[in-house]
Design a protein around this ligand. Structure first.
Ligand code: ZN
Length: 389
């Protein structure tokens, strides 16, 4: 990557490889369009949607320190520039202009962009790809498809088929599905697929509630399960939000071990991608070992744990078969997060893998193969990505 060397692990060959290797980010979002103010910027350094919580954490967090350490030099400021100096330089820029500086330095080859969260505020995926110098593909949120179907004026009896038809259309322009059932219900959901008559009854109740309240937000457990199963039945990878999220989420219901029965039921159906997983990365690694179709990443947590993220990356490489671990940033809104997702991941992986090579526990050849898989090969294989010429 056209950036100072970021990797500082104990093996120089591993550091060099991880400084250079291009990444496929299998779970990422776009950036907010236009300018942002200081309050919004600090708010985006926290996953909490509570302004008071974000203000209280302020810049004094691992992520805040990482922004000043790694992003400031790319804007010509010194390492660890003060937050005031950083904002003085950064806030007059549009987010797109900042992205033009930060994203090319992230060394990204391909982005699988989740388009389901606040698309109205974000730059479109093609622009994100141009700013990054990377190919882009999209991942479609199953709950967003359901909400679009509900808004279309469909009747309850036609809901199931209309949803299936909508997935078929979405498949022509995307490479996988994402579910936020952890937010909308919890991962302790009934693992069986609902019947079409159960779906029609649940859809009737939901459509009546929409008419009464004007709010379209899918939380019905039958329809959430229906969407998840329909996505799974396409055979495409289904990404499931796991662990750390925001205040909508009950963390204790976002442990992937709670969906073990669903994983048993989908073994021959589709790949299941456990996203983020923190603080359940060890549970996710266990599940990836038990079930051939389960994969994981530690995106999001890497950014938010900054200089401590090497321990989380290391834990993700304990039980999980190594071809089942993927890179993701889960960056959203600020291009700083796209850059840091890359820098911190490279650095943390260089420390973990470099130590095993330096100790003689891993051969250099094995380490190279594992790193190339995590960086891009594993995602390319699972999502069936082909180079776009
Ligand atoms: Zn995400």
């Amino acid at each position: 990557m056209p950036l100072e060397s970021v990797c500082d692990g104990p093996n120089p060959a591993i550091n060099e490889l991880l400084d250079q290797v291009l990444l496929v980010d299998h779970h990422v979002h776009s950036i907010i369009s236009g300018r942002i103010d200081a309050a919004a910027f600090v708010g985006l350094l926290s996953e909490s949607d509570r302004p008071a919580a974000a203000r209280a954490a302020g810049w004094d967090s691992q992520l805040g320190f990482a922004v000043r350490r790694w992003c400031a030099p790319l804007f010509g400021l010194e390492r660890h520039a003060t937050r005031e100096a950083y904002l003085e330089h950064r806030l007059p820029m549009t987010n797109e202009a900042a992205a033009g500086v930060l994203l090319p330095a992230a060394g990204l080859d391909e982005l699988l962009v989740d388009t389901g969260y606040r698309p109205d505020r974000l730059v479109d995926v093609d622009r994100l790809g141009r700013l990054s110098g990377a190919r882009v593909r999209t991942i479609v949120r199953l709950e967003s498809v359901a909400e679009d179907v509900a808004r279309s004026g469909v009747g309850a009896a036609a809901y199931a088929q209309t949803f299936r038809d909508a997935l078929e259309v979405a498949m022509t322009t995307s490479v996988g599905w994402k579910s936020v059932i952890a937010y909308r219900h919890g991962l302790d959901f009934d693992p069986t697929p609902p019947s079409d008559s159960e779906v029609a009854t649940a859809a009737g109740a939901w459509l009546r509630a929409i008419e009464a309240t004007g709010t379209v937000r899918l939380t019905d457990p039958v329809l959430l399960r229906f969407g998840l199963w329909e996505g799974a039945r396409t055979g495409r990878p289904v990404q499931v939000h796991v662990g750390f999220g925001d205040t909508d989420l009950d963390l204790y219901r976002a442990d992937p071990a709670l969906m073990t029965d669903f994983l048993r039921a989908t073994e021959a159906v589709c790949p299941v991608m456990l996203l983020h997983t923190y603080p359940f990365q060890r549970n996710a690694g266990y599940l990836a070992q038990m079930f051939g179709h389960v994969y994981l990443d530690v995106g999001l947590a890497v950014n938010h744990t900054g200089a401590a993220s090497d321990l989380i990356i290391r834990e993700s490489l304990e039980l999980a078969p190594l071809p089942k671990v993927l890179f993701s940033s889960d960056a959203w809104a600020l291009p700083e997060l796209h850059l840091l997702g890359s820098v911190l991941f490279r650095r943390g992986l260089s420390r973990a893998v470099g130590a095993w090579v330096a100790a003689g526990d891993w051969s250099l050849a094995d380490a190279r193969r594992v790193i190339e898989g995590i960086a891009s090969g594993n995602a390319t294989r699972v999502y069936g990505l082909r180079p776009v010429s």
